[in-house]
Design a protein around this ligand. Structure first.
Ligand code: IPD
Ligand code: CA
Ligand code: CA
Length: 259
């Protein structure tokens, strides 16, 4: 893998993010075309915007890198022979998107042999593009991001991503432990954005007991390149928990979320 391989893909990811964001925004002007449907619950939705934007992203990637693998939330996975895989969520925070909140994102991670090597999280309504490349740092628009090392779980707020899929007793236990130790909760409806917020010191940390790879791999590299620690214990097919923060917050979130 050469540096050029990675920067060419990150360059394309930035272009894709802008055009995918514009496509998604265009749907907001014609809500009659959204045709939103429930997937497995009243809070797990898919709309025409999700499927159309994912198809657009896949087309753009295939045109430039036909041998790369693709994994996306709405259209499954296809293998490639190049060693690179793109992991994409066309709209992370579909619920936020559908109800008119600005906190939804386009999330794109580039993997090389199962390691995230580049990522972007783009929040079109907020005009914020978060980018990271392995060994080259994390950025919010043009500003370099560096995670505060002095923060604890009592600093600012902690992102917690549990959805209706969460075990209610485990969720209650985590929240009770956090509050008992002086922490406060935050939730914005896009796991990718919450990870970007950790990288940007807008949150001290983030824990979600069950995320998918497309929700979080771009955020994982953002946090790592900003000098923090992030670990996703699922894989490209299976969901799993994710913890993120500085080293100390990361360890504390693991402890608070343990059974
Ligand atoms: C969801 C968001 C949310 C997280 C959920 C995800 P979607 O993604 O990332 O923050 O808590 O687990 O499913 O469905 O809006 O793309
Ligand atoms: Ca998602
Ligand atoms: Ca999605």
């Amino acid at each position: 893998m050469s540096e050029l391989d990675v920067s060419a893909r990150l360059g394309l990811a930035k272009k894709i993010a802008h055009s995918a964001g514009a496509k998604a925004r265009a749907f907001l002007a014609r809500p009659q075309d959204l045709m939103s449907q429930q997937k497995v619950s009243t809070q797990d939705l898919v709309s025409a915007a999700d499927t159309v934007v994912e198809a657009h992203i896949r087309r753009m990637i295939r045109r430039s890198f036909p041998d790369d693998g693709l994994v996306g939330e709405e259209a499954g996975s296809s293998h490639g022979g190049s060693g690179f895989d793109w992991v994409i969520d066309p709209i992370d925070g579909t619920m936020a998107f559908l109800v008119g909140q600005p906190n939804w994102t386009v999330s794109i991670a580039v993997m090389h042999e199962d390691r995230p090597i580049a990522g972007i999280v783009y929040a079109p309504m907020l005009r914020e593009l978060y980018t990271a490349e392995e060994g080259k740092g994390a950025y919010l628009n043009d500003r370099r991001l560096t995670i505060r090392q002095d923060w604890t779980i009592r600093s600012t707020t902690i992102g917690y991503g549990a959805t209706e899929r969460a075990d209610p007793d485990e969720a209650g236990r985590f929240v009770a432990r956090l509050y008992r130790e002086g922490g406060v909760l935050f939730r914005v409806g896009s796991g990718a954005l919450m990870l970007a917020y950790v990288a940007a010191n807008r949150l001290a940390g983030y824990y979600d007991p069950t995320l998918f790879a497309w929700d979080c791999l771009a955020g994982v590299i953002l946090v790592r390149e900003a000098g923090g620690k992030a670990h996703f214990s699922g894989n490209l097919q299976q969901p799993g928990p994710i913890w993120a923060g500085n080293d100390h917050v990361f360890a504390e979130l693991k402890r608070l979320g343990a059974n």
